[in-house]
Ligand binder design. Structure first.
Ligand SMILES: CC(C)(COP(=O)(O)OP(=O)(O)OC[C@H]1O[C@@H](n2cnc3c(N)ncnc32)[C@H](O)[C@@H]1OP(=O)(O)O)[C@@H](O)C(=O)NCCC(=O)NCCS
Length: 321
């Protein structure tokens, strides 16, 4: 699809002048879908727009920074009506690229703007030495899914985000036969296997989670020491059998993250319903907990832990040759 109106003009985002208008556009387009992190992100973008030092620095750093300041905007008659961000992530010596914030002002939709911005971004990304480009799209966002399908983005994962509620801490109580204890070395091989299944390598860069750093032993001890943080991980035994584990990662965003290691079959419900309330009450009492998990998995257990489903996202990838 091409522009129906030749007065549209796509150009690279200019961090020195576009940030405020782009923040407004994202707010208009994503409005009700914005979670507190999204709102905080916009706040951050607006602050950055007003802080010329940060803008100058990011401008000079160009693309090799993990800061969402790259991408394209679409202008009509000097007014920005579309935006697409390109967000680079550096993870384990590799760059990953995420297309995000694809937004077209409601008055200018279905005129080929998103299509043209995506084409422009991919044209640029194809020139970089990268293996793949990713994006996340809500399962119920059919127009956007259609758009990405036309570019041959392929669905790789579907991930749910669960957020704890006020109820979660109140659900913490002893359950007969269930023991929550510090990690044991002998449990680690199963734990790592379960983590790797629930958080595959193509997912963890985006969540900034490296299970290996939590292997019980000297390395984990040193890392915690350097970072001046307590190891926040627990194993769960049900009737004496190792049945699951959880790691709490404190964050600066509105929710602390919990990563769960669970065996593939059932039996994990109790791990979730005991561990999440336990962590909430004892280690994150004034904060929300957030769990990113494969979609349609253990839904009942998350709900029984007082958690709400806040998003279901399809992770799509396009391979670069
Ligand atoms: C999704 C969005 C970016 C599409 O922008 P747009 O400029 O209207 O899209 P385009 O005109 O380039 O259309 C691209 C394709 O999607 C189709 N499409 C776009 N909106 C559609 C709609 N509401 N219903 C059906 N099809 C639609 C177009 O027909 C076109 O398909 P084609 O190439 O087969 O003809 C825009 O609706 C938007 O900003 N939505 C809110 C924010 C959002 O959800 N962003 C995506 C986040 S992943």
């Amino acid at each position: 699809m091409f522009f129906h109106d030749q007065n549209f003009h796509i150009r690279p985002l200019d961090t020195r002048k576009d940030m405020l208008v782009v923040a407004d556009l994202i707010e208009i387009c994503f409005g009700s879908q914005l979670d507190p992190d999204g709102a905080a992100y916009l706040e951050h973008v607006r602050k950055a727009a007003l802080d010329q030092r940060l803008v100058r620095w990011s401008y000079a750093a160009g693309e090799m920074i993990s800061y969402p300041l790259n991408g394209y905007v679409c202008e009509k008659d000097g007014q920005v009506v579309g935006n697409l961000s390109i967000i680079p992530f550096y993870w384990k010596r590799e760059w990953y690229y995420l297309i995000a914030n694809v937004a077209v002002h409601p008055d200018f939709r279905q005129q080929g703007i998103a299509h043209s911005m995506t084409a422009k971004a991919l044209e640029h990304l194809y020139r970089l030495p990268i293996r793949a480009v990713w994006l996340h799209v809500r399962e119920d966002n059919l127009p956007a899914r259609h758009l990405y399908d036309t570019f041959q983005f392929r669905e790789r994962y579907m991930r749910d985000t669960w957020i704890s509620s006020e109820m979660t801490a109140n659900l913490d109580r002893p359950v007969p036969g269930v023991l929550i204890e510090p990690p044991r070395r002998e449990d680690w091989p199963s734990q790592l296997k379960w983590f790797s299944t629930l958080y595959p390598s193509d997912v963890v860069w985006n969540l900034d989670f490296d299970a290996n750093q939590h292997r019980p032993g000297i390395l984990a001890g040193l890392l915690h020491l350097f970072r001046d943080e307590k190891p926040l991980q627990w194993n769960v035994r049900i009737d004496g059998k190792f049945s699951g584990a959880g790691i709490l990662k404190k964050s600066y965003t509105y929710a602390d993250q919990v990563f769960l290691a669970l065996p593939p079959d059932d039996g994990n419900e109790k791990v979730i319903t005991t561990l999440l309330p336990f962590i909430q009450k004892n280690y994150s009492p004034n904060r929300k907990l957030m769990v990113n998990f494969p979609s349609r998995t253990a839904e009942k257990a998350f709900r029984q832990s007082g958690c709400d489903l806040v998003s279901r996202l399809i992770w799509m990838e396009i391979r670069m040759n």
